[in-house]
Design a binder for this molecule. Sequence first.
Ligand code: TRP
Length: 360
Amino acid sequence: MKASIDPWNVKEVKDYNKLMKDLGVDSFHEHAKKLKDAPPPIRRGLVLGHKDFSKILHAIQNKQKFAILTGLMPSGNFHFGHMSLIQQVIYYQKLGAKIYLCVADLEAMLTRNFNKEQAREIAINEYLLNYLALGLSTKNLHFYFQTEGNSEYNNLSKLASAKTTYNEVRNIYGEISPAKLISALTQAADILLPQLEGIPLTLTPVGFDQLPHANFTRDIAGRMNFSLPTFTFHKLIPGLQGVTTKMSSSKPESYIAFDDDEKTIAKKIYKYAFSGGQGTIEEHRKKGGNPDNDVSFQWLKYLFEEDDKKLEQLHHDYKTGKLLTSELKLILIEKIVNFLKQHNQRKEKARKDVDKIIKN
Ligand code: TRP
């Protein structure tokens, strides 16, 4: 059977390679190697797939203009599962791309039972504030809400409906509600928005859960004489319960939040972070651990250990049994606590920038 994915209800993805093959996604590996000074998600393989990225690489190498457009779903706390996306965005912003960030408040109202005020509050005080503290610049940034788009954008989301059929929708999404279909059409308009503003070359970095939207948008774009938007797809950062689980805003024991205190962080990691180590110390020393199955190692790899040499050393020491699970966990806890200390200071400064972006 062909692999499929429901963007409104992501289950864990067990086999990314099959998903990529079945849904027409190419490997990002060769491209990643050509991106200089890229952040860990790009450099260490979290970004696994793409559509048409060679166009973006060409633009980067030839200093041509391109835009990034991606979105956020304002329906819960900002947690570490959300960090890798904004790291990618910041990287491209530094390379000179204009950044469009879309708050999917309409989608949150249509599919998650949120009201507009709740969604707005989360988008600003959870997402935007943390994005800025993580290094997103207010320059070359267009931050907008789906509910506040102009009429050209609003019309585009409606006109897109004439360029698809129920058959196609069913093929891509399965049976979906009218509200979900409207969300999908709105997202297509989001992804084409930079083109309305005169930037034909765009990249939309997203998680693999958004893949059906990428295919839907590209189909529609082709039929409406837009350029085909390009995409990259990243794997989900694992939840604490295991490398194939996900961090879920409704399950606090699955993630570390940006406002968890030191004690909570230590407790969650000691208690829940799935270990790739052996059952006893003796056995661990003899056989070594498996970093690929170890959530603490994966978090260090994708989020917290910037230094490639240090990461390599940890990998080696863990695999050969020199480093115990409890020691690895302690390293991770210290990294997170340190990170958050600095992050909270940067957050204070970022409040001014929030006010610059959100006027009223
Ligand atoms: N559907 C996305 C999510 O659930 C949010 C979103 C809306 C989006 N418009 C977008 C993502 C455009 C990327 C590009 O997170």
